[in-house]
Design a protein around this ligand. Structure first.
Ligand SMILES: NC(=O)c1ccc[n+]([C@@H]2O[C@H](COP(=O)([O-])OP(=O)(O)OC[C@H]3O[C@@H](n4cnc5c(N)ncnc54)[C@H](OP(=O)(O)O)[C@@H]3O)[C@@H](O)[C@H]2O)c1
Length: 274
């Protein structure tokens, strides 16, 4: 019977925060199954012996179920999952089709749900589990022109909190990590909705400026190790925090958003991004 984390299933392990999380988890002695569509891990991780690359598409139920079943056959248990796989779409709300919005939720929200749902039966059976979701500061700060990203990350955050109440009686704890701007492959992978690429759109110029600023902040942001370190720290604890916002300035932003009157908070965000 598991009483501490040994085996971790991590999604989005091929790049950025996930790649660094795989490395730090392995250095800390955990066995890590690092899933991604590419199914690759860094050379350093590949050489470590306790990081196993897995082809896992969180948008595909069969892929998730197969990956989880294989790990359970090999290890007999999955003690923790880190739902980190994600992507971003940018676009004015008016210029975003429902299919494009669904694509955003598919990976960031339903992707996490697919993985969590697949591991819960075995975690419940062993009366032990740790679930970490990677949300975002954008879950609490509404980011214009990335409205669906903000919304998907807010959904992940509230899902994780509600889930923690459902599973606490089974020895399972949940935590959301809320990264601020972090320098990873996320910026280059961001997609812009088709109508938002049209220079005749009334939102075109403002969107370019707003997303350009956000991309600049990301590429000058925290190293992925800062977020990965926070994830590993939680997995080593006997009681995880409910939410963790790495770095003092982002903690302060998170707090201010909750304390300021909404109109004032929106005015400040608008000055920065709209
Ligand atoms: N960078 C930031 O500023 C920032 C801020 C707040 C939150 N976050 C969140 O942090 C998480 C990690 O992002 P990152 O910044 O490290 O970006 P990244 O370098 O682009 O990494 C994203 C990872 O997600 C994987 N992924 C994407 N779609 C997938 C799918 N359908 N199935 C499985 N894996 C998939 C990618 O691997 P494959 O392409 O190989 O599948 C990659 O390993 C995301 O949830 C993101 O929203 C990032």
């Amino acid at each position: 019977m598991a009483t501490r984390v040994q085996t971790v299933l991590l999604t989005g392990g091929s790049s950025g925060i996930g790649a660094e999380t795989a490395r730090l988890l392995a250095l800390a002695g955990f066995k890590v199954y690092a899933g991604s569509r590419r199914g690759t891990v860094s050379e350093e991780c590949a050489a470590m012996g306790n990081v196993v690359p897995v082809v896992l598409d969180v948008n595909n139920q069969e892929s998730v179920d197969t990956a989880v079943a294989d790990i359970l056959v090999k290890e007999g248990h999955i003690d923790a999952v880190v739902c980190n796989a994600g992507n971003g779409i940018a676009g004015a709300v008016e210029n975003t089709t429902v299919d494009e919005a669904k694509y955003q939720f598919e990976t960031c929200f339903f992707g996490a749900h697919r993985v969590i749902r697949a591991v819960l039966p075995s975690m419940r059976a062993q009366k032990f589990g740790r679930i970490i979701t990677v949300s975002s500061v954008a879950a609490v700060v509404p980011i214009p022109y990335q409205t669906f990203y903000s919304s998907a990350k807010a959904a992940v955050l509230i899902y994780t909190k509600a889930l923690s109440l459902e599973v606490k009686g089974f020895g399972i704890q949940c935590c959301s990590i809320l990264p601020g701007d972090t320098k990873t492959g996320f910026t280059a992978a961001r997609k812009v909705t088709a109508e938002s690429e049209d220079s005749s759109s009334v939102y075109y110029e403002t969107l370019k400026k707003s997303v350009g600023r956000m991309e600049h902040d990301e590429q000058n942001g925290m190293p992925a190790g800062k977020i990965a370190g926070a994830i590993v720290k939680q997995l080593k604890k006997s009681r995880m925090a409910s939410t963790v916002t790495p770095r003092i300035d982002y903690k302060a932003i998170n707090l201010l958003v909750r304390l300021l009157p909404t109109k004032l908070m929106l005015w400040i965000v608008g000055k920065l991004y709209a």
